[in-house]
Design a protein around this ligand. Sequence first.
Ligand code: URA
Length: 207
Amino acid sequence: MWETLDQAKEEALGCTKCRLAEGRNSVVWMDGDPDSDLMFIGEGPGFHEDRQGVPFVGAAGKLLDKMLESIDLKRTDCTICNVIKCRPPNNRDPMPDEIDSCKPYLEAQIKFIAPRVIVPLGNFATRFVLEQKVSISRVRGQRFEKFGAIVMPTYHPAAVLHGGGEDSPTARGLREDFESIRDLLAEAEAKVQATDEPQEGTQQALF
Ligand code: URA
């Protein structure tokens, strides 16, 4: 398969594996810093993302930026990807065969970026990462381990926009989950430090 993230990107940009290729303006690959430890995964591009070729630049993206700002992070402190890279007509839900066609691209993003913390946003991303047909309202805020990362699913920002606004239980859940992201990053860092340290009783090679 691909040996680098750029190779995967190049193939994605010309991809015609599913019907979504016909109506797209852009293949929306990702945003942010591929060297960062934190990855957000959304569902798929909407109108503005398709126009600009950048994920989360519409209304849900503005809320995502605000949530990041609330924990002193910027887009350049994380990576932002989607389960599918092309916009479905009228922003309908992605179909199972479209998700399957796009799967190798997100798998490559996770493999080459190797984030320590993954935050799937909403049902589609959560099911992709956990490989289980779970419901976001049941698993949000819980921690899992997948792809060598700590995974904490949370609500999709669009669920707040369409589901009652800033004082709704969804908005409160999203805020609560974002507040734990810094702790998760610290936990993941501590884990890496612990595995890097020589274990008691094992000899370190001196030369
Ligand atoms: N919603 C998503 O899931 N992804 C985007 O990029 C924009 C809106």
